[in-house]
Ligand binder design. Structure first.
Ligand code: ADP
Length: 236
């Protein structure tokens, strides 16, 4: 297996506030990593660093990817609750190709075909001409996933994408992510709720400013770190 991300001795501070301390880990191609940890443990900061949004860190980060377009990002919140917001689903999704466009700002027939393909794959093809503000939270989440996926990234990073969703809709969303993962998209998913993601992930990264645990969920379940942080061991 090839490493797609290598983080070596990463340290980061906001002013004097040390947020990430001596973080080292490797993500292999095709991994599905769940990042968990208490509030304020540095999860979002770590993601921002991986996305290249924060550069003032110490340590080494190597990403074995063609360019920045190879990382797709799904943010935490939905798009809008404003029913009058003018953009349609297909217009939002096609902006996922914007950073790939050099020179021209016009979208081609091929670009629109790609949008159709990804919308159908994520089972929201019938929504393509709908205004985004008229969609439910779960539908908006899929639109954001489509927008991240339309440029065929090799890594997909998601920041608690389902926190506002109903449990069944969240489960469906996780299943969809697993299908993408099976097609060799490496997934990094930040979550508050370890139990809702444990059956999908291949590795867990438990962060509490330092790296408390990194490895398989099976090993985590039986580890002393698990007992320390949760006060119990999850039964089979
Ligand atoms: P998490 O995502 O695990 O909740 P964050 O990465 O958001 O954690 O935050 C880690 C720490 O960094 C917290 O103490 C938070 O208050 C602080 N922090 C986050 N963003 C900023 C910022 N833009 N400026 C200053 N401090 C910040």
């Amino acid at each position: 297996m090839n490493n797609i991300i290598t983080v070596d001795n990463l340290n980061f501070k906001y002013g004097r506030n040390e947020v990430l301390k001596n973080i080292s880990f490797e993500v292999e191609e095709g991994d599905y990593v769940g990042i968990v940890g208490p509030n304020g443990s540095g999860k979002t900061t770590l993601i921002k660093i991986l996305l290249g949004l924060i550069n003032s860190y110490e340590g080494q980060i190597h990403q074995n990817i063609a360019d920045r377009n190879s990382i797709g990002y799904v943010p935490q919140k939905g798009v809008t609750n404003d029913r009058l917001f003018p953009a349609t689903v297909k217009e939002i999704v096609i902006t996922g190709l914007l950073s790939k466009k050099r020179g021209t700002k016009f979208y081609s027939k091929e670009d629109y075909n790609r949008v159709d393909t990804i919308l159908n794959k994520l089972k929201i093809g019938d929504l393509k001409d709908k205004k985004i503000g008229n969609l439910s939270g779960g539908q908006q989440q899929r639109v954001l996933l489509a927008r991240a996926m339309v440029s065929s990234p090799s890594i997909l990073i998601l920041d608690e994408p389902t926190s506002a969703l109903d449990p069944e809709i969240r489960e469906e969303f996780y299943k969809l992510l697993k299908e993408l993962n099976k097609e060799n998209v490496t997934i990094i998913l930040v979550s508050h709720d370890i139990l809702s993601i444990e059956k999908y992930i291949s590795k867990i990264l438990y962060l509490d400013k330092k790296l408390v645990f990194y490895g398989s969920y099976e090993d985590f379940r039986h580890s002393k770190e698990m007992v320390k942080y949760f006060g119990f061991i999850i039964k089979d």
